[in-house]
Write a protein that binds this ligand. Sequence first.
Ligand SMILES: Nc1ncnc2c1ncn2[C@@H]1O[C@H](COP(=O)(O)OP(=O)(O)OP(=O)(O)O)[C@@H](O)[C@H]1O
Ligand SMILES: [Mg+2]
Length: 274
Amino acid sequence: MSVSLERVGIRYRGGVDAVRDVSLAVAKGEFVAVLGPSGCGKSTILNAIAGLLDPEATELSGRILIDGAEARTRSRRELNLGYVFQRDALLPWQTIEQNVQVGLAIRGVHERERALRSRELLVMAGLAGFERYYPHQVSGGMRQRAALVRTLAYDPDVILMDEPFGALDAQNRMLLQSELLRIWELTPRTILFVTHDLAEAIVLAQRVVVMSRRPGTVKAVYDIALPYPRDAFALRGASEFVELEATIWNALRDEFRAPVEGGVAPLGPPAGPV
Ligand SMILES: Nc1ncnc2c1ncn2[C@@H]1O[C@H](COP(=O)(O)OP(=O)(O)OP(=O)(O)O)[C@@H](O)[C@H]1O
Ligand SMILES: [Mg+2]
């Protein structure tokens, strides 16, 4: 499925303009990463696509299209979206295996099929042997893997990922990037991947979107013309990678500087008698 935002604006009632005039088209099977400073509306955009914004509390302008039809006119089941949240959202009272099966159960997949499918994915994610553990009994990296696997289990057409590896240490992060790359290379699906990590965006995505600070707008979009299959580790040393990193950082850097609203008084000499 393709996802397309046409001049989308989102305002929290009684609060702030989160995003303004965002247009972005993600083709079917395309992997797009989104970078931008904290508070520029990245999670808000994902929530809007997933239909998770409270219409009472937000004003949405513009259009969000999924396969050409307005997202809000279509049912959850029809849309078949997967969402890996900014904080891993495993159910603490269910085991890793039960968590992975949750989405399948909701979709009415038969118990036997559920067990087979979750088993296969847990092995792939290096979680074999931990099926019966509860989330608090495994590491943060393992919880994050389980959250990823849970989303993959029901084979969504579109996957929204909100800083899914943000809480991981550098090594685990790179391992999961490799796994995600492998999965996507085998069965490309539409992925919108929000991250704070510039290198991660380049390593994974076909295109990188840089957003401005709030109210977030699309500042620039970069094609990442690095061939797949990609090696998440080796790529970081490649000259093309280093060049892209410098170019994109140039655009991103300004958005992290303090906003100058109405001008800032210059620092004068110390006042008063010394
Ligand atoms: N439920 C809410 N009610 C009111 N304002 C909100 C709500 N959620 C987010 N906002 C505001 O909207 C803006 C965008 O928030 P959002 O969470 O989308 O940013 P973000 O880009 O995902 O940031 P981060 O990188 O820190 O996760 C922020 O200024 C935030 O304060
Ligand atoms: Mg966020």
